[in-house]
Design a protein. Sequence first.
Length: 177
Amino acid sequence: MERLLERERDELLRLARGAVEAAARGFETPRRADVEGPLARSCGAFVTLRVDGRLRGCMGLPRTDRPLADVVLDMASAAVLRDGRFDAIRPEEIEGLSIEISVLSELVPISSPEEIVIGRDGLLVEAGDAVGLLLPQVAVRHRFSAVRFLRETCAKAGIEPDGWRRARVFRFSAEVF
């Protein structure tokens, strides 16, 4: 995955902030201007929102055929309004809000914990209709081993801890900013 330039990262953060502010204030998500290059490529992305350091929303798409800029706009708005773990972000919370964007690489199938590198890899577990995804920074933040990371991703999918043995498991890297 080709890394984004600083100006491309800045543009994605600008788009995300505009979408967050619009959603929190009850306005329609702004549409982007035409983009080229890396912002037009199709790839997954997640937008994580924190208010005063506390997680307040995280939404994303691991796979998509949509341009990265569109995914960031839509996931920023969704993180404000549709993360079922939290109430919608209120306008008065915007001042203390930080935005983190994770741009995902291709998904690579794996079959054992030995294929996971903590700090580099995020995980996606699919078992029937159940899907769980944890970003690479989660394992680092919580000091997970590879097996614990698999188990926690299964928990996110709502399946038994060792369900990864019978599920489809993928790893991916993320450019986080």
